[in-house]
Design a protein around this ligand. Structure first.
Ligand code: ADP
Ligand code: TRP
Length: 329
C-alpha cells in the first residue's frame, strides 16, 4: 500500500521564529523521519508576493534562506520533496479553477485576511485569494494530512469545503485533507502572551538564528504575570504558560515534568532554564544553517530537483481536473 500523502508549506517572508518551528517545521522533520508518509514540503513563494520585500534581490535571499532553514532543521531531499510552488504552474492554474466555486464572502471572513489587510496600508487582491492558492497547494497532490499551526485551521476548512464542492459538482476528484497539530500549535508573543507570535511583528519573536545572547535577553524580558509560582494556566498566567510550552517543545518534556523541575524556582531562575534549553536545542541548527548559507548553488539545486519532481505529480492532477470540468477536449 502506498503511504498517505502529507503536504505543507511556509512562506519565505522573513526569518523563522520559534512558533514556526514548534508549530510546523520541527514537526515536518519528525513526520518525515517517521517514515509513515509521502512528504511534500514547499516554499510558498507565490503566497509571499502578497507582502513583497524591498526588491527582487531581497526576495531571492529569502527563498534561499528558507531553503537553508528547511535543511538545517533536518528536512532531507532524499526523504521528502522540497520545492518552490511558483515553479509549478499547475498550482496557479488550479487556483483559478477553484476560484469559480469559492464563495467570495468566505474569503472576506478569513482571519488572516482581515488581520493582514487591517495592518497594510492597502489590501491587495492577492491577500483575498490567498486561501484558494493554499487549497490548490494541498488538493493538487491528493494530500491526506497537512501539518500546520492552528492559525491555518480556517484555511484548511475552506480547502475541505472546496474539495467537497468540486467533487459533488464534477465527480470525485479531490481528497479531503485533515490538519495535524503539534502540542504547541500556537506559540504566543513574548511581549503580549495573549497574541500569536508572528513574523510580521518581529519585536514579539524569538528567531531561530538569534544569537544565544539575544535569546537570553528576549526570554529574560518576556512579559509574565505578577505571581511567582511556575504553573500552567493559560488564562491567569499566559506568559509563564507560553514559556512552559516553549520549554517542553525544545526539551521533549511534558508540562507536569517541567513544573516539577521548576518547583521552588522564581520566574528569573525559570526563565534562565528556558533560555538555556532553547539555546542548546538550536545550537546545531545555527551551525548547519551558517554552513548551508555558504552553498547557494547547492540550495538552488535542491529546489530545482524537487520542483521538477513535484511538477510531474501536479501535472497529472491538473490534467485530471481539466478533464473533469470539460476544458480538456
Ligand atoms: P507567520 O504567521 O509568523 O507569518 P507563517 O504564516 O509563514 O508565519 O507560518 C508558517 C507555519 O508556521 C504555519 O504552519 C503556521 O501555522 C505556523 N505558525 C506561525 N506562527 C505560529 C505560532 N505562533 N505558533 C505555532 N505555529 C505557528
Ligand atoms: N498559508 C500558510 C501560512 O501562512 C502557508 C501555506 C501556503 C501552506 N500553502 C500551504 C501551508 C499549503 C500548508 C499547506 O503559513
Amino acid at each position: 500500500m502506498s503511504k498517505p500523502i502529507l503536504v505543507s508549506g511556509i512562506q519565505p517572508s522573513g526569518r523563522l521564529h520559534i512558533g514556526n518551528y514548534l508549530g510546523a517545521l520541527k514537526n515536518f522533520v519528525d513526520l518525515q523521519n517517521s517514515g509513515k508518509y509521502s512528504c511534500y514540503f514547499f516554499l510558498a513563494d507565490l503566497h509571499s508576493l502578497t507582502e513583497y520585500p524591498a526588491n527582487a534581490g531581497e526576495q531571492k535571499k529569502r527563498i534561499l534562506e528558507l531553503t537553508a532553514d528547511f535543511l538545517a532543521a533536518g528536512l532531507d531531499p532524499k526523504k521528502s520533496l522540497i520545492y518552490q510552488h511558483s515553479q509549478i504552474p499547475a498550482h496557479a492554474e488550479l487556483t483559478w479553477i477553484l476560484s469559480s466555486i469559492a464563495p467570495e464572502g468566505d474569503l472576506r471572513r478569513m482571519t488572516q485576511y482581515k488581520d493582514k489587510s487591517a495592518r497594510g496600508e492597502e489590501a491587495n487582491a492577492g491577500l483575498l485569494f490567498y486561501p484558494i492558492l493554499m487549497a490548490a497547494d494541498i488538493l493538487i497532490y491528493d494530500a491526506k494530512f497537512v501539518p500546520v499551526g492552528n492559525d491555518q485551521d480556517q484555511h484548511l476548512e475552506l480547502t475541505r469545503t472546496l474539495a467537497r464542492k468540486f467533487n459533488s459538482k464534477f465527480g470525485k476528484t479531490f481528497v479531503e485533507p485533515q490538519g495535524l497539530h503539534t502540542a504547541t500549535p500556537r506559540v504566543m508573543s513574548l511581549k503580549d502572551p495573549t497574541k500569536k507570535m508572528s513574523k510580521s511583528q518581529p519585536e514579539t519573536c524569538l528567531f531561530l538564528d538569534d544569537s544565544p545572547a539575544e535569546i537570553e535577553k528576549k526570554i529574560k524580558s518576556a512579559t509574565t504575570d505578577s505571581g511567582s509560582a511556575v504553573r500552567y494556566d493559560q488564562k491567569e498566567k499566559p506568559g509563564i504558560s507560553n514559556l512552559l510550552d516553549i520549554y517542553c517543545g525544545v526539551t521533549g518534556k511534558t508540562v507536569p515534568q517541567a513544573i516539577k523541575e521548576s518547583k521552588g524556582k522564581n520566574y528569573g531562575a525559570f526563565k534562565q532554564a528556558v533560555a538555556a534549553a532553547v539555546v542548546k536545542h538550536l545550537a546545531p541548527f545555527r551551525t548547519r544553517k551558517r554552513e548551508l548559507m555558504t552553498h547557494n548553488a547547492k540550495l538552488k539545486m535542491v529546489l530545482a530537483a524537487g520542483s521538477a519532481r513535484a511538477a510531474k505529480v501536479a501535472n497529472v492532477k491538473i490534467a485530471e481536473v481539466k478533464r473533469a470540468i470539460g476544458i480538456a477536449l
